[in-house]
Design a protein around this ligand. Structure first.
Ligand SMILES: *Cc1c(COP(=O)(O)O)cnc(C)c1O
Length: 377
């Protein structure tokens, strides 16, 4: 039997490029800082298990996730490195997180009290303190350090270990650099007031964009997500390290027809052929995670040629105008993200056309698309 996984639509992951991106960031961060791969949301849709398996070869300091369940899944795959959960835990998740030895991030004293309580049952637990320097969604206020920090220390007592402190940048990817340098200064301000010695804490701030742009903000650890998966870490024009592409998305052409002038395509008949056109129906739609907003806006590559998406995207099918391309028939590969001949569609281009960010494109691909290892050329 031939492998059916490339029959319809699929994702290919270049694990060498993934590791290459990790090493690019590690070199830029310097010898004193470690790269913490963020593998939340199924490693940004790429497939966490395969990503972690690939990264294990590089001996990362640990992994970052967003939920207790994601951390517990890592334990199930045999990962016993540090796993840090980077979103405030719903109270019901505290017990499971503790039972699997995850490290939590703490933004208020009530959450710390719950962690301390779990620590009575599960000895050896740690936590990192988040400091809010402007992101606003989590963290203790950077201006109130003298108020909360001593309370954190005494509440933790000998039960759970305060092992790290961090902040999160809100605009490291934008041309405006001042916002990030301001947040960094606030973070330094707060650090100087902590009642814990700097040497006893893992200090971290940088996400991909900050790591790719400001190696001097690497501190002890950088939290790298999108860069590992090949998403551009910053706006075009911003000078920074750029990642290797990691993710390609392909789908098969399933039907080709020559249509006369006046023919319409898709729900709402939003595209009407002006002359004779050749349309190819491609087996991918919004049910696969191809954003519906790409209707009449996005492109695919067929035989190295950039061809426009015509009409609205359906749940399971998308039509491209391949007028002028001969000999294209069912089974031909259409490239949604990736390279074909001399042409490339980057995940950032798709995001831009869809009015969103690469993160949402990657995490949006549904389980209908198998995630496959890229075959070496
Ligand atoms: C997701 C996340 C990151 C990674 O962000 P990227 O922009 O993908 O590098 C870093 N830190 C925290 C707290 C996160 O939640």
């Amino acid at each position: 039997m031939t492998d059916p996984s490339r029959n319809r639509a699929w994702i290919e992951v270049d694990f060498d490029a993934l590791r290459g991106n990790f090493e690019l960031l590690q070199r830029s961060a310097g010898r004193h800082a470690r790269v913490l791969p963020m593998v939340k949301a199924d490693a940004y849709g790429v497939g966490a298990r395969a990503v972690v398996t690939a990264l294990e070869l590089l001996d990362p300091v640990g992994y970052g996730v967003a939920t207790a369940a994601e951390g517990i899944a890592l334990r199930g795959w045999g990962i016993d490195r540090e796993v840090i959960v980077f979103a405030p835990l719903p109270p019901g998740d505290v017990g499971p997180a503790a039972a699997y030895g995850l490290t939590v991030t703490v933004s208020d004293l009530a959450a710390l009290a719950r962690w301390v309580e779990a620590g009575q049952t599960w000895p050896g637990l740690s936590f990192h303190v988040e400091i809010d320097t402007g992101m606003g969604r989590a963290g203790f206020d950077w201006r109130e350090c003298l108020h909360w920090a001593p309370e954190v220390l005494s509440l933790a007592g000998e039960v759970v270990r305060w092992s790290g402190v961090f902040t999160h940048f809100h605009s490291a990817d934008t041309a405006e650099a001042a916002a990030t340098t301001t947040q960094w200064a606030r973070f330094q301000d707060a650090l100087a007031q902590l009642p814990v010695s700097r040497e006893d804490l893992v200090v971290h701030a940088a996400n991909s964009a900050a790591s790719a742009r400001w190696p001097e903000f690497a501190a002890d650890m950088v939290r790298a997500g999108i860069f590992l998966y090949g998403g551009s870490a910053a706006e075009p024009g911003v000078s920074c390290l750029r990642p290797l592409p990691v993710v390609s998305v392909y789908a098969r052409v399933v039907l080709v027809r020559d249509v006369p002038p006046g023919s319409s395509v898709g729900y709402g008949a939003t595209h009407v052929a002006r002359g004779w056109e050749r349309w190819a129906t491609v087996a991918i739609g919004y049910g696969d995670g191809l954003p519906r907003s790409l209707g009449n806006r996005g492109h695919m590559l067929v035989r190295g040629r950039r061809v426009p998406i015509v009409g609205r995207i359906s749940m399971d099918m998308t039509v491209v105008d391949i007028t002028g391309l001969d000999d294209v028939g069912p089974g031909e590969i259409a490239t949604v993200i990736g390279r074909s001949g001399d042409e490339t569609i980057a995940v950032d281009e798709v995001a831009e056309a869809a009015g969103t960010i690469s993160y949402e494109i990657l995490t949006g691909f549904t389980p209908r698309l198998p995630r496959l290892e890229r075959e070496r050329e």
